[in-house]
Design a protein around this ligand. Structure first.
Ligand code: NAD
Length: 364
């Protein structure tokens, strides 16, 4: 397969394939063309790509011969217009079914795969970009919080006295939440967590954190994901969390429900009861926020509490985020190259395909 890798938009520091993956794909018989400077913001030079066996090209010549264009974000129109009809586009394509950019991909006769829609099955695990990028986000969220706190995280016993450890509460113990718990524990905080899926309690405890138990609350839905809580359960959770927050220094929220806006868990009134100097890092900011005060891409100071709504957080750790994303894309490309017959009948490609045969298929 002839594969093209573009330089991403200015606000995206990651790159879809790193030289290590390029070398593996080239060894597998594929040809890779990389836009000049594509990896520079993630720490990968044009020379490293050339050594790995890629051809470096300018934007105009990048995609005209490509059978597959792999990206992080939605590729820009000027690039898409140079792709041949029938070519494949794969990346984080923001696949709402009514998205105008999907309609444009369809008009151009391209086939598009949204990496957000990799099925969460064991076989597809190594292509799962949501998990790999959530791992980075969970880790970085704790660093953002630690940096913003007016206190240290660990307990210290020194000649100048004893410092008590910070208390960190993680809401949502999925991929990002578990990584946040592990990171906060490594930094010495006393960590607690809550999730509506009771099955994660043991995972939380095995990382050395305590689980905030709320009686009769369970909302495990399809495929191991959460579903929305019933109204009476929501009230019990709100009461328990509101009470717990009063004693916390750092709160990391990661709660999501697939295909829905993020659940609103921390109200303005709850923030107002928190101790001044406390910090909230809301990883759900871009899908509406778990906290009522959150604004995506901003830090809001409210009643002495700093509420961070980081946007593009995985892009802020571009080397490792790209390394993991690239392995996901490499595995995806190897999979697609090995599929004989109708790709839409394939159990991995079928659910990921959002544009085919001139039409937008069901997205998210
Ligand atoms: P996610 O990003 O959709 O949600 C994050 C967490 O928020 C989840 O743990 C969810 O239960 C929780 N949540 C939702 N509503 C909440 C609320 N009101 N209050 C508190 N918590 C709430 O999920 P994710 O992290 O991407 O994955 C969730 C789970 O899916 C994983 O823990 C795992 O079991 C499964 N998974 C499987 C695979 C695989 O098999 N390939 C890959 C990734 C994840």
């Amino acid at each position: 397969m002839r594969i093209a890798v573009p330089r991403e938009a200015d606000d995206e520091q990651r790159v879809a394939l790193i030289p290590d993956s390029v070398a593996r794909l080239v060894r597998g018989g594929h040809a890779v063309t990389v836009e000049s400077g594509a990896g520079s913001r993630a720490g990968f030079s044009d020379e490293a790509y050339t050594t790995a066996g890629a051809t470096i090209a300018g934007r105009a010549a990048l995609a005209s011969a490509a059978e597959a264009l792999v990206s992080v974000g939605v590729p820009p129109d000027d690039l898409l217009s140079t792709l041949a009809r029938g070519a494949i586009v794969a990346g984080l394509l923001d696949p709402a079914p009514d998205a105008p950019h999907l309609a444009r991909l369809a008009q151009r006769g391209l086939t598009a795969y949204a990496m957000e829609l990799v099925p969460r099955t064991t076989k597809a695990q190594s292509m799962d970009v949501l998990s790999s990028q959530a791992t980075v986000a969970g880790y970085k969220a704790v660093l953002i919080g630690a940096n913003a706190l007016p206190r240290l995280l660990p307990m210290l016993t020194t000649a100048a006295g004893t410092l008590t450890p910070a208390r960190c509460f993680v809401v949502g113990a999925g991929v990002a939440g578990l990584q946040a718990i592990a990171t906060a524990r490594r930094l010495g905080a006393v960590v607690s967590a809550f999730d509506v899926r009771p099955v994660v309690k043991e995972q939380v405890q095995s990382l050395g954190a305590s689980f905030l138990d709320v009686e009769q609350v369970a909302a495990e839905g399809e495929g191991g994901y959460a579903r929305e809580l019933a109204a009476d359960q929501q009230q019990r959770v709100a009461d328990a969390i509101g009470e717990h927050l009063v004693t916390q220094d750092l709160v990391i929220t990661t709660a999501q429900i697939p295909g829905r806006p993020a659940p609103r868990i921390i109200t303005t009134a709850m923030v107002e009861r928190m101790r001044p100097g406390s910090v909230i890092v809301d990883l759900a900011a871009e899908s509406g926020g778990n906290c009522e005060v959150t604004r995506a891409g901003e830090v809001v100071q409210h009643h002495g509490v700093a509420v961070h709504g980081p946007a593009g957080i995985a892009s802020s750790v571009p080397t490792h985020a790209s390394q993991m994303y690239s392995r996901n894309i490499q595995t995806f490309l190897e999979h697609i190259a090995g599929v004989d017959g109708d790709p839409l009948a394939d159990p991995i490609l079928g659910p990921m395909c959002v544009v085919h045969d001139g039409a937008v298929r069901a997205g998210r």
